[in-house]
Design a protein around this ligand. Structure first.
Ligand SMILES: *[C@@H]1O[C@H](CO)[C@@H](O)[C@H](O)[C@H]1NC(C)=O
Ligand SMILES: *[C@@H]1O[C@H](CO)[C@@H](O)[C@H](O)[C@H]1NC(C)=O
Ligand SMILES: *[C@@H]1O[C@H](CO)[C@@H](O)[C@H](O)[C@H]1NC(C)=O
Length: 464
């Protein structure tokens, strides 16, 4: 492109150059050859300047346009990757299982999240998901935290999010230091239980069983999560200040004896742990204290449907008939800002969570077992989900989940409300809308709508 432009330029230059020749012939009629020479030179310069100017004026917008177009195409390709556009499903789906594994000494962390700097995404699919949860204001970020036996997620706090989690494997001993009166609440969490760690409470987790632990976590932000680990804060504090604060025996020399390791300690497992730790006591706090942060979801009431089972860790307006530990947990969720309602959903083989939407919550879920087909009403987007996937449904968007595997489809789901979740299923809104309105809407005889039956049992998860 550039070479061609320059070619045109020099052609123009030459043709104007020839114009100077006839002028030369007038020379003999002129007394002062010197004057003429100067005049010619000046004229020549003027012509050159003019033609160059003309070339610049006529060509530069084109060059500019060409340059801009190239630039925009590249940018567009970076954003959309025209050769391989991102399917709309990635607004609702993150294959977290195959995302980047942040490997630390004591475990592995993976994310389905928003990044403020787009260059920090590893794939365009992750970016589509991250931008979707951010632009929808999902107030949720998903993560898995896998910890080896004896590994520890070291004491830390989150500036901008509550942490909710479902323990899928192992036994995890958790300590929480909430605001005054600064009593540590500690508890052994076992498989099928959920945790709620309010924003800014200091907490730690240690995998205490023989098996590797796996947490499915939901942080209640769709900005970037901001976290501070205690060791980082300590090493960032001037030694004399730390000595003055802690007043240890040995003074500042004791503080100076702390050596910051090269490796990130976020999830640590020192090889010489047995030398370091002689006596560990994993106690349990009083149950009414524990119940503010922990709930045995697996043992809670099962809501049974023809095609599956749902269990809840949530706030409800209903005050009677709930076990008192559940009432404490529900109250704690409701009293804090930006908490989530959690649930497990088991869909039996051939079962389907029928089309529905939520009035007051976004939905984010993690597939623990099985495989399903998900549909979202936006542009009739349909996609498969399988173990390790994270899905997201913005508030108000109708969606369904169908089990297409051989066994149960089992999911952990978080709904972004600290209030009672409000949901409307497709069969309910058909049955609740007057048949003459449906007739007018669908251009079908009124009687036809009597073919849609009502059932005694709730059909939230149904069978064919
Ligand atoms: C676009 O996608 C193709 C195929 O996945 C890949 O080879 C290419 O590098 C991508 N281009 C950009 C600019 O990301
Ligand atoms: C917690 O689990 C650990 C490891 O299984 C066990 O040693 C400890 O006694 C448990 N603590 C309580 C209070 O159940
Ligand atoms: C639906 O598809 C249309 C046309 O392809 C597009 O402009 C629109 O943004 C899509 N809507 C969503 C929510 O993806």
């Amino acid at each position: 492109m550039g070479a061609i432009s320059y070619g045109t330029n020099s052609e123009k230059f030459n043709s104007k150059g020839y114009v100077a020749d006839p002028e030369d012939k007038t020379q003999k009629y002129v007394v002062c050859a010197h004057f003429m020479k100067t005049f010619c030179l000046c004229l020549f310069m003027v012509v050159i300047t003019f033609s160059l100017g003309l070339a610049v004026v006529t060509l530069s917008p084109k060059l500019q346009a060409i340059k801009e177009r190239g630039h925009m195409e590249k940018a567009a390709e970076r954003v959309l990757n025209i050769s391989n556009p991102t399917p709309t499903e990635y607004s609702y789906l993150n294959r977290m299982q195959s995302s980047k594994r942040f490997v630390l000494q004591g475990g592995v962390v993976q994310w389905a999240r928003y990044r403020a700097n787009p260059a920090h995404y590893d794939t365009k699919e992750e970016r589509a998901f991250g931008e979707s949860i951010h632009s929808n204001g999902a107030r949720m970020t998903a993560s898995t935290l896998e910890i080896k036996p004896n590994g520890c997620r070291v004491p830390h706090w989150h500036f901008n999010a509550n942490e909710h989690g479902y323990l899928a494997k192992g036994t995890m001993w958790i300590g929480i230091l909430d605001s005054a009166p600064f009593a540590v609440t500690s508890y052994n969490v076992t498989v099928g239980q959920v945790i709620f760690l309010p924003r800014a409470t200091l907490h730690w987790m240690k995998c205490v069983g023989r098996d590797t632990c796996l947490f499915i976590l939901f942080f209640t932000t769709s900005d970037e999560l901001v976290t501070r680990d205690v060791d980082d804060v300590f090493y960032a504090t001037p030694q004399d200040i730390a000595a003055r604060s802690l007043k240890p025996k040995g003074g500042i020399n004791f503080i100076k004896s702390f050596k910051k390791p090269k490796e990130n300690q976020a999830v640590n497992l020192p090889p010489n742990l047995n030398e370091l730790v002689h006596k560990a006591s994993y106690t349990r706090s009083k149950i009414n204290q524990v119940s503010k942060y922990f709930f045995n979801l697996k043992a809670s009431r099962q809501y049974k449907y023809p095609g599956g089972i749902i269990q809840w860790a949530r706030y409800t307006k209903k005050k009677t008939g709930l076990p008192w530990v559940e009432r404490i947990f529900a109250k704690s969720l409701n009293e804090h800002e930006d908490t989530v309602t959690m649930a497990t959903m088991r869909i039996f083989r051939r079962g389907m969570r029928q089309p529905h939407y939520h009035f007051n919550a976004h939905t984010m879920g993690y597939v623990l077992r099985g495989c399903g087909r998900v549909g979202v009403d936006n542009n009739a987007t349909e996609f498969q989900i399988r173990s390790g996937d994270v899905f997201f449904f913005p508030r108000g968007i109708q969606h369904y989940i169908k089990n297409v595997g051989k066994g149960d489809l089992f999911m952990v789901i978080a709904f972004s409300t600290h209030d009672e979740l409000q949901t409307l299923d497709m069969n309910i809104y058909f049955q609740s809308t007057a048949d003459f309105i449906l007739a007018q809407l669908f251009l079908k005889k009124q009687e036809e709508f009597h073919k849609i039956p009502t059932f005694k049992q709730d059909q939230d998860i149904n069978l064919p």
